[in-house]
Write a protein that binds this ligand. Structure first.
Ligand SMILES: C[S@@+](CC[C@H](N)C(=O)[O-])C[C@H]1O[C@@H](n2cnc3c(N)ncnc32)[C@H](O)[C@@H]1O
Length: 239
């Protein structure tokens, strides 16, 4: 009947919204991404689970996932499309919603806690902090042809830069921010697999970022707040 675009949060099932947990617990079918796997245990035992993680080297493309959702939605079942973090933050949830609406399928979005804010919290980093940063920019580090981020402007803007999908291009990102005016000594923090049992936090200076080993998925925090290590989100999974 309805396709629910549900945000799974950063990983710890405890960080699902109450609404997401309720909808997930009565789903007929769950179509999930790799980053949403940790919360799958909340799906009912009889639910059909479809793994469309695009990074497993299998044949799922965004177009085939969208087509699958349209087909399932037309079959009259309650479908949960489970995405890591928030479905509308670099999650292609908007594209899926557009396709479902165009096909006449009922669709609803359930926001999730984005890694953009929860990964820094898991490392004890407030993304804004009086006297250090009054602005936060969330940006993708995954470059696409013709879709170039203006790192010079970002560097001049100041504040905290949160980079998702930036591990692979971290050397270029650091170079561009420094070229744009950020000081090489600006702190960075990289939070890998935030709120999961594999969580690690790596800290350093921006001019060291390119040479620092960091495993994906990770959220990069660049700016003065990255040196803070205050009260952190103590994940039940990570603790
Ligand atoms: C395709 S984007 C999806 C973002 C997601 N919609 C959100 O709101 O968190 C995937 C990127 O999010 C970040 N990410 C997702 N889960 C994470 C986690 N548990 N720890 C750290 N970073 C994470 C990483 O930068 C990863 O490459």
């Amino acid at each position: 009947m309805t396709v629910y675009l549900v945000g799974a949060g950063p990983g710890d099932p405890d960080l699902l919204t109450v609404r997401a947990a309720r909808i997930l617990s009565s789903a007929d079918i769950v179509v999930f991404d790799r980053l949403a796997e940790p919360v799958l245990s909340l799906a009912p035992p009889g639910a059909r689970l479809i793994d469309v993680g695009k990074q497993r080297g299998d044949s799922w493309t965004q177009a085939s996932i969208t087509a699958l959702l349209v087909d399932l939605g037309r079959d009259g079942l309650d479908v949960v499309r489970l995405k890591g973090g928030d479905p509308y933050v670099f999650g292609r949830g908007g594209e899926e919603a557009e396709a479902l609406i165009a096909a006449g399928v009922d669709v609803e979005v359930v926001p999730g806690i984005s890694s953009a804010l929860s990964a820094p919290a898991a490392a004890g980093i407030p993304v804004t902090h009086r006297g250090l940063s009054d602005m936060v920019t969330v940006v993708t580090g995954h470059r696409q042809p013709g879709d170039e981020t203006d790192w010079d402007t970002l560097a001049r803007l100041g504040g905290t830069v949160v980079v998702l999908m930036g591990v692979g291009d971290r050397a270029a990102i650091a170079r561009r921010l420094i070229r744009g005016g950020r000081h090489g000594a600006t702190p960075f923090a990289a939070i890998h697999a935030a709120t999961t049992i594999d969580q690690t936090v790596t800290r350093g200076r921006l001019d060291e970022l390119g040479d620092t080993p960091i495993e994906a998925p990770a959220t990069l925090i660049i700016g003065p707040v990255a040196s803070l290590n205050l009260a952190s989100l103590r994940s039940v999974v990570a603790s």
